[in-house]
Design a protein around this ligand. Structure first.
Ligand SMILES: NC(=O)c1ccc[n+]([C@@H]2O[C@H](COP(=O)([O-])OP(=O)(O)OC[C@H]3O[C@@H](n4cnc5c(N)ncnc54)[C@H](OP(=O)(O)O)[C@@H]3O)[C@@H](O)[C@H]2O)c1
Length: 281
């Protein structure tokens, strides 16, 4: 049995992962901001899931003390940094505060947790840090540039941590889901677009396509299975794309000349050609 801190457990991928890990016999400290869904989750696996409500963007000392108490001072064997969110907005216009908030939750909080929790893992001879990135951490889409930047940063930090912590027996694994059927997409589209924005049309296209995207999306349980594998398998790949086939497609895309990739992504994401972006006013 492993002791696991899992962030973002109150919904979506995190909720499915908490249940799958508990089902596999592990003890999960299930973190999120909202108490009620965490409590309801814990009731589904009594003794296996411990709810812990806190905001990742606030100081972490109190939750770290609580983790210490919940593990009798031993710390966790595995940290799963899953919490995260995105804001769909033109990178050319998004305000600095919205960029900062995404970096706080998606990059700085996972790094702070990893820094706080690895020493106890090292003291016990090993552990694992599993960071939920995205295929958007390998390839960039218009209207998600700031979110993509957070996932690219998380990928870079993960690579550096893997190199640094390997001698201490700690492995760092990145999970890269494609589009997943959770609240993520809808939440990412909640920001109103200024009527005079030159990017109102591509944003409207994105909103119009969101239903189709949701229908094509994979189930959160598929990502949960990949995370369970990353927690339990003896040998694990450093990067796990979910589904695997999308990972290969992204690999091919990254290998293409940038201009050709731009043209393909522009077409696929419905970005109009230059003349079709109306001038303001
Ligand atoms: N869904 C996708 O298409 C997709 C694709 C690739 C990667 N991902 C990644 O998968 C991860 C999970 O997303 P999801 O799809 O499961 O979305 P979700 O259903 O919206 O869940 C997001 C989780 O993150 C938590 N969270 C957000 N901000 C937080 C904060 N400041 N402090 C503490 N907890 C916070 C939320 O907690 P509360 O609700 O309690 O606030 C919630 O539990 C994210 O890192 C996301 O970037 C998602």
């Amino acid at each position: 049995m492993k002791q696991i801190l899992l962030t973002g457990a109150s919904s979506g991928i995190g909720r499915a992962t908490a249940l799958a890990l508990a089902h596999a016999g592990h003890r999960v400290i299930a973190a999120g901001r909202r108490r009620e869904p965490l409590q309801a989750l814990a009731e589904q696996a009594p003794g296996r899931i411990e709810p812990l409500a806190f905001d990742l963007d606030a100081p972490l000392q109190q939750p770290l003390d609580a983790i210490d108490r919940l593990t009798d001072g031993a710390g966790v064997d595995v940290l799963v940094n899953n919490a995260g969110f995105g804001i769909a907005a033109a990178t050319a216009e998004i305000d600095a505060g919205a960029v900062q908030r995404q970096f706080d939750t998606n990059v700085f909080a996972p790094l702070r947790l990893a820094q706080a929790l690895w020493p106890a893992m090292a003291a016990r001879g090993g552990g694992r840090i599993i960071n939920v990135s995205s295929l958007g951490g390998r390839v960039v889409l218009p209207m998600y540039g700031a979110y993509n930047a957070t996932k690219f940063a998380l990928e870079a930090l993960s690579d550096a941590l893997r190199l640094e912590l390997a001698p201490l027996g700690i492995d760092v694994i990145v999970i890269e889901p494609s589009v997943v059927r959770t609240a993520f997409l809808e939440r990412s589209l909640q920001r109103p677009v200024e009527a005079q924005s030159r990017f109102a049309a591509p944003m409207a296209t994105l909103v119009a396509r969101s239903d189709r995207l949701q229908r094509m999306a994979i189930a959160p349980e598929a990502v949960a299975d990949a995370i369970v594998h990353a927690v339990t398998a003896r040998r694990v790949a450093a990067r796990i794309a979910v589904p695997r086939t999308h990972g290969w497609a992204i690999g091919v895309l990254r290998w293409l000349p940038t201009r050709l990739r731009d043209a393909m992504l522009r077409r696929a994401s419905g970005m109009p050609r230059r003349a079709a972006l109306p001038a303001a006013g």
